[in-house]
Design a protein around this ligand. Structure first.
Ligand SMILES: [Zn+2]
Length: 298
């Protein structure tokens, strides 16, 4: 038995997937922190160029690879041991080794979710290209989920990578759905939210969602196919109602009790709920569809 055959056995594949998940989780944790900052850096430089104003001396040297990982509070470079997924967090008791500032819950959550995605995909599909592709899908969704929660932003480099990779995989191998279903899923995914956005703007004069949501649903359509789009939107809407609405109500009550005259309104990012709907549909899409529409599968 050679190494490749050994890794294709269920248990070694599960162990390998867990390790991959830990490495991906650590990378995603860095990506979620740095990508919005890098994009802001670029927008700032473009604005200065457009307005012909001298660019302010700012920290514009950040990239995905440089400088090496550092504490966002004291900016001290991390030790090698601090970069080990999960272990680094636990060894330091959830605090920076140098300044003792608490490490945000986001870091450990992203790392744990990175592993969870890999383990779920490995158990669901077994040693296969399906499992590896689903891991990639889930990891990109994790990055989008956390960036949208924190910054209300769905970066193009992530939504478009997801869209093109889904289209390519389904066009070349029909991995999760047929090539035509994937293509129509991409087109319909974009158009459905684009239409809702413009209808809402026409009726209220306000923007109801960001353009990133159109691209994210197009990407989910590319992976899952047009037939699963209604289900993704339903799951996203139900989870948004179940999770975000109570939080919003609590927030409104609190702000009202602080100041009787003003109530602050907070926009709810829809990306995290689309990501959740997309992930559930990729795994259990046919089962959920047969539960929602019993006659669909006979
Ligand atoms: Zn520190």
């Amino acid at each position: 038995m050679n190494l490749l055959e050994f890794l294709q056995a269920p248990l070694p594949f599960l162990v390998l997937s867990t390790l991959l998940g830990a490495i991906a989780g650590s990378f995603l944790s860095m990506l979620v922190y740095r990508l919005p900052l890098i994009m802001r850096q670029q927008w700032h430089a473009e604005c200065c160029q457009l307005l012909s104003t001298p660019e302010e001396k700012a920290d514009n040297t950040l990239s995905l690879s440089l400088p090496r990982s550092f504490c966002p509070h004291c900016r001290h470079p991390l030790r090698l041991i601090d970069n080990i997924p999960i272990t680094g967090y636990l060894l330091n008791g959830g605090k920076c080794h140098f300044c003792a500032s608490p490490i945000g819950w986001r870091y450990i959550s992203v790392e744990l979710l990175g592993i969870a995605i890999a383990v779920i995909a490995a158990l669901h599909w077994g040693p296969s290209l399906h499992a590896l592709a689903a891991m990639l899908f889930g990891w990109i969704l994790i990055a989008l989920l956390f960036i949208d929660l924190e910054h209300q932003l769905l970066p193009d480099p992530l939504t478009l990578s997801l869209l093109w990779s889904g289209l390519l995989l389904n066009q070349s191998t029909a991995l999760f759905t047929s090539p035509s279903n994937a293509l129509w899923g991409t087109v319909a995914g974009y158009l459905i939210l684009w239409l809702i956005y413009h209808l809402h703007k026409l009726l209220t004069g306000r923007e109801g969602m960001g353009h990133g949501d159109f691209k994210l649903l197009a990407a989910l359509g590319a992976w899952c196919g047009a037939t699963l789009l209604p289900q993704i939107i339903l799951l996203a809407s139900l989870s948004a109602l179940a999770i975000a609405l109570p939080l919003l109500l609590i927030q409104r009550i609190r702000s009202k009790s602080r100041d009787n005259t003003s109530v602050t309104t907070t926009a709810i990012p829809f990306g995290p709920y689309l990501a959740l709907g997309g992930w559930l549909s990729l795994l259990y899409g046919e089962v959920i569809n047969s539960l929602l529409i019993p006659g669909l599968t006979g």
